[in-house]
Design a protein around this ligand. Structure first.
Ligand code: MN3
Length: 240
């Protein structure tokens, strides 16, 4: 944290700089806010039978959209927050005004987690190759051990949350679980891939059987997309 950034983003600074007319600049018909819902990068049925199209559509078009709308609502009177990139906003939650911090945490986290989630699915499962496979073997004991530990963490997450494979700039991988919409991005970390264990992610397909969902989910992981994220993580360009 540099003194300049603290000056700009301290609570008093945010209040002084807030522009109540910020949304007047939005184009007619555009999403009314700085954050936007990314399109699903594939047809909603591509993850069937493991995740059905109805689940994908509801999850993206309703749940994710709601996080984006609520995040825009939370920052609308705080122009400096709306000017920040999402990963930066999440890494600097402590500087967000008390009045909107919980909303930014929950909905900003939800926006980031789901934006990542769509990217890493739509594939055929299997395994990565090359440097990423070497990292899985080195840091997580291999694919089978990684999946088993990841699934255990997802299953033991009480209530709603996420389980992640994290990645450091050095390429080192780790596992992490978080409650609600929290994410390692909130500690300045980076996520390679992650799975959503909120019931809305699986209930239409798998009912209450979270273990079945966790096992099935690996069949839709797009390892080419994950490998591209790994390259970006090591280059320092992976943000969300
Ligand atoms: Mn979800």
């Amino acid at each position: 944290m540099t003194p300049t950034r603290r000056t700009v983003l301290g609570a008093a600074g945010i209040a002084a700089l807030a522009a109540p007319h910020a949304f007047a600049q939005a184009k007619p018909g555009a999403t009314p806010g700085p954050f936007t819902l990314p399109p699903l990068p594939y047809a909603p049925e591509v993850n069937e039978p493991h995740i059905n199209a109805e689940t994908m559509l509801l999850h993206h078009d309703k749940h994710h959209a709601a996080y984006v709308a609520a995040l825009n609502g939370a920052v609308k009177d705080h122009a400096t927050l709306g000017d920040m990139s999402l990963h930066e906003l999440l890494a600097r939650l402590a500087e967000v005004p008390d009045s909107v911090r919980a909303a930014v945490r929950n909905n900003g986290g939800g926006h980031a987690n789901h934006s990542m989630f769509w990217q890493v699915m739509g594939g055929q499962g299997g395994a990565p190759s090359g440097e990423l496979l070497a990292a899985v073997n080195r840091d997580l004991g291999g694919m089978e051990a990684m999946r088993a530990a990841f699934n255990r963490m997802g299953l033991s997450q009480f209530g709603s949350g996420w389980v992640f494979v994290t990645v450091e700039p050095s390429g080192k991988l780790g596992l992490a679980a978080r409650a609600n919409q929290d994410t390692p991005l909130m500690e300045g970390g980076r996520v390679l891939l992650g799975n959503d264990v909120w019931e809305h992610a699986y209930y239409l397909n798998h009912r209450n059987r979270r273990a079945d969902y966790l096992a099935a989910w690996w069949n839709v992981v797009n390892w080419d997309a994950v490998a591209a994220r790994y390259v970006r993580a090591r280059a320092g360009t992976l943000k969300i």
